[in-house]
Design a protein around this ligand. Structure first.
Ligand code: LMR
Length: 398
C-alpha cells in the first residue's frame, strides 16, 4: 500500500525544531519558529493565564462537546478585541466568528469555505509570505500566486508593485494580507498605505483575507488592529484569522479564530452555517481549555489589564533586543546601515542573509533561523545575543 509513498520534505519552520532538538551543541540558539522566550530563554506562562487557570481549577467542570463554532463567550471576546464590542458590525450581528485551532486553523476553515463559494478564484499572497500560506491555500485547492512586497534593495516594501498587482487582479481574487508584524519581513504598511490598499481591494472587487497572528507585538493592541477599522470603514466584506498563540503564550493550546464580516445579519447566519459544516467535517468541534482561559482573561477586567501589561512587556523586550542586536553587530565589526532591524515590527527580522549564510549559522554556530533569512528576535536574550551577533558577523565576513 505504501511502497509508492515518497518522503516529504521537512516543514521549513517547524522542521527546524526537529533539527534543533537533535543538535548536541550546548550553545545552540533557536531563532527559527516564531515563539517568544523571556530573558532567561524560557517560554513564559503568563500570570493572567495562571490566574484564570487557578479560577477554573477551583470550580472544575466536566468537558462536554463544545458547540461546533466554539465557546460563545470566547467568540464574543474575539469580536470585542478584533472589531471593538461597540462597533456597528458587532452590534448589528454582521460578523460570523468561529473558534479555530490557532491562526492556522482559522485560515484553513476560511480557505475551505472560500473554495466552496468560489472554486475558480486565485489566491494572492505577499512575496515573501509565511511559508505555510502557500501550502495551506494550495492544499485547499487554490492556485496561489504572489504580489510584490519585499524590496531588498531599499530594505522595505515595494509598495508601488504591491498596489499595481492588486489593481490588476481579477475580481474575486482572494488576497491574503498581514494585518501587522509582517511574517517574515517585519515591514508593515503605514496607515496611509493601508488606505490605498483598501481602496484598491474595493475597486478591483477582491476578497481580503487578513491574517492577524501577532496583534500587540508591533505598536500595541489597538494600533496593530487599526487596519481592521480601515476595512470596516470601507464597508467591505472580509475575513480575519486571529491567534492567541503568541499574545497569550498559549502555543500548544491552539487557540485562534476565524471572523467573517458580512453585509447583513441574515448573510452572517448563512455564512456561519457553512463554516460549521467545514469544521464538523474536518475535526467536528474545537477543544475547551485554551479558549476558556482566554475568554476568562478577556472578560475579567483585572485579568485583562494584567494581560495587556504582560503583552506590553513582551513587546518592549523584543524592541530592546532589536536595539541590542544592532549594537552587538556593530561591536562585532559590521559597518553597514543596520537601522532596518529597529524599523521592523514584531517577532521577526528579515536579515538579508543568504540560504548559505543561514546554513552556516546552523552548522558552524548552532544558530537556527529560517533559510529565507528570517530570524526570530523574540528568542534573543541578554545571554545569547553576543554569540548570535558574533556568528552573524562571522558568516557575513567570510
Ligand atoms: C512562525 O511563522 O514561525 C509561526 O507562525 C509558527 C508557525 O506555525 O509557523
Amino acid at each position: 500500500l505504501f511502497a509508492a509513498v515518497a518522503m516529504a520534505p521537512r516543514d521549513p519552520i517547524l522542521g527546524l525544531n526537529e533539527q534543533f532538538n537533535a543538535d548536541p551543541n550546548p550553545n545552540k540558539v533557536n531563532l527559527g519558529v516564531g515563539v517568544y522566550y523571556d530573558d532567561n530563554g524560557k517560554l513564559p506562562l503568563l500570570a493572567c493565564v495562571a490566574a484564570a487557570e487557578a479560577q477554573m481549577l477551583a470550580a472544575p467542570k466536566a468537558r462536554g462537546y463544545l458547540p461546533i463554532d466554539g465557546i460563545a463567550a470566547y467568540d464574543q471576546a474575539v469580536q470585542g478585541l478584533v472589531f471593538g464590542a461597540d462597533s456597528d458590525v458587532v452590534k448589528n450581528k454582521r460578523v460570523a466568528t468561529v473558534q479555530a485551532l490557532g491562526g492556522t486553523g482559522g485560515l484553513k476553515v476560511g480557505a475551505d469555505f472560500l473554495k466552496r463559494l468560489n472554486p475558480s478564484a486565485k489566491v494572492l499572497i505577499s512575496d515573501p509570505s509565511w511559508e505555510n500560506h502557500r501550502a495551506l491555500f494550495t492544499n485547499a485547492g487554490f492556485t496561489v500566486e504572489t504580489y510584490p512586497y519585499y524590496d531588498a534593495a531599499n530594505r522595505g516594501i515595494h509598495f508601488d508593485g504591491m498596489l499595481a498587482a492588486l489593481k490588476a487582479a481579477p475580481a474575486g481574487t482572494i488576497v491574503v494580507l498581514h494585518a501587522c508584524c509582517h511574517n517574515p519581513t517585519g515591514y508593515d504598511l503605514t496607515s496611509a498605505q493601508w488606505e490605498q490598499v483598501v481602496e484598491a481591494v474595493k475597486t478591483a472587487g477582491l476578497v481580503p483575507f487578513l491574517d492577524m497572528a501577532y496583534q500587540g507585538f508591533g505598536e500595541g493592541i489597538a494600533e496593530d488592529g487599526a487596519v481592521i477599522r480601515q476595512f470596516l470603514a470601507a464597508g467591505l466584506d472580509f475575513f480575519v484569522s486571529t491567534s492567541f498563540s503568541k499574545s497569550f503564550s498559549l502555543y500548544g493550546e491552539r487557540v485562534g479564530a476565524l471572523s467573517v464580516v458580512c453585509s447583513t445579519a441574515e448573510e452572517t447566519t448563512k455564512v456561519l452555517s457553512q463554516l460549521k459544516i467545514v469544521i464538523r467535517t474536518n475535526y467536528s468541534n474545537p477543544p475547551t481549555h485554551g479558549a476558556q482561559v482566554v475568554a476568562t482573561v478577556l472578560s475579567t477586567p483585572a485579568l485583562r489589564a494584567q494581560w495587556e501589561e504582560e503583552l506590553g512587556g513582551m513587546r518592549v523586550r523584543i524592541r530592546q533586543m532589536r536595539e541590542a542586536l544592532v549594537q552587538e553587530l556593530k561591536a562585532a565589526g559590521i559597518t553597514e546601515d543596520l537601522s532596518f532591524v529597529t524599523r521592523q515590527k514584531g517577532m521577526f527580522s528579515y536579515s538579508g542573509l543568504s540560504v548559505e549564510q543561514m546554513q552556516r549559522l546552523r552548522s558552524e554556530f548552532g544558530v537556527y533561523g529560517v533559510d529565507s533569512g528570517r530570524i526570530c528576535v523574540a528568542a534573543l536574550n541578554s545571554k545569547n545575543i553576543k554569540a548570535v551577533a558574533a556568528a552573524i558577523a562571522a558568516v557575513k565576513k567570510a
